[in-house]
Design a protein. Structure first.
Length: 267
């Protein structure tokens, strides 16, 4: 079994090398990768040492190694800005969640990671599980342009969606002052926010899993094929699994081979 796994990994590595050789992934001579600076599930920067860590950073660095070019790993403020950077040619690749409303602007690779989404509530909240979220009179928040906010726009039938700026101070104030009844986000972000909201709690179940993908410019099928072959390679070799574990983010997992449309918002 082990020898068969090595053979498969070697075959995929050869395919990846061939695909990358045929695709000009980094035409400027440097692989310019854009990532979402506000998403700790992708990558974080140590404020003391400046060291980067996270699955998205490790993948970008490994891709740069595969093509033999230096890496510029650039933080971007929002998902639309990551997509615009790739679309406009300011970045060669971008790390962003697949979302149906983002199709047709850039091309999405297969999924490399799944990020669990849930809700943060105050300790005395009647919301005990995901099934309690969509109730009349409740205000459910998400940060503007985040995957969960885009999803809530489509699926909430009784509760009211409140879109907040992606500012921790604003979010914490809204929760403490009971301006909102629940905040939806990935488990890593919610766990971090809990420290600033005494007595708050995370719901035990997940709303859905956000697929994380690599985006490339439209009209470059050879680049998309090369990036998807690269993801196959790092998945088969165990590099992807190890990168996700090493990143240390809460509520993330390496994704099986699958398109982004197979995961994500339930509505």
């Amino acid at each position: 079994m082990r020898s068969r796994s090595f053979l498969i990994a070697g075959f995929l590595l050869a395919l990846t090398a061939s695909a990358l050789a045929q695709a000009d992934v980094a035409p400027t001579g440097t692989l310019r990768a854009a990532y979402l600076a506000t998403n700790p599930a992708q990558a974080t920067k140590d404020p003391q040492t400046g060291e980067m860590r996270g699955a998205s950073f490790d993948l970008a660095r490994e891709l740069a190694r595969h093509i033999g070019k230096p890496l510029a790993f650039n933080p971007i403020a929002s998902p639309p800005a990551v997509i615009e950077a790739v679309k406009s040619g300011q970045a060669d690749i971008g790390f962003v969640a697949y979302e149906a409303t983002r199709l047709g602007i850039v091309e999405f690779s297969q999924t490399y990671m799944l990020v669990h989404q849930s809700f943060l509530v105050l300790g005395d909240s009647p919301i005990k599980a995901i099934a309690d979220v969509d109730r009349s009179g409740q205000k459910i928040a998400g940060t503007r342009n985040d995957s969960i906010a885009l999803c809530l726009k489509r699926v909430l039938k009784q509760a009211t969606l409140v879109e907040l700026e992606n500012n921790p101070a604003i979010i914490v104030k809204a929760l403490i002052n009971r301006e909102i009844d629940a905040l939806g986000a990935n488990r890593q972000r919610l766990t971090t926010l809990m420290r600033s909201v005494p007595g708050s709690r995370l719901l035990p179940d997940n709303f859905f899993n956000v697929p994380q993908n690599i985006v490339v410019p439209m009209g470059k099928p050879e680049v998309l094929a090369a990036v998807s072959a690269f993801i196959d390679d790092v998945r088969a070799s165990g590099f992807l699994r190890d990168a996700v574990a090493k990143g240390g983010a809460i509520g993330v997992e390496a994704a099986p081979k699958s398109p982004g449309s197979q995961h994500g918002c339930p509505g």
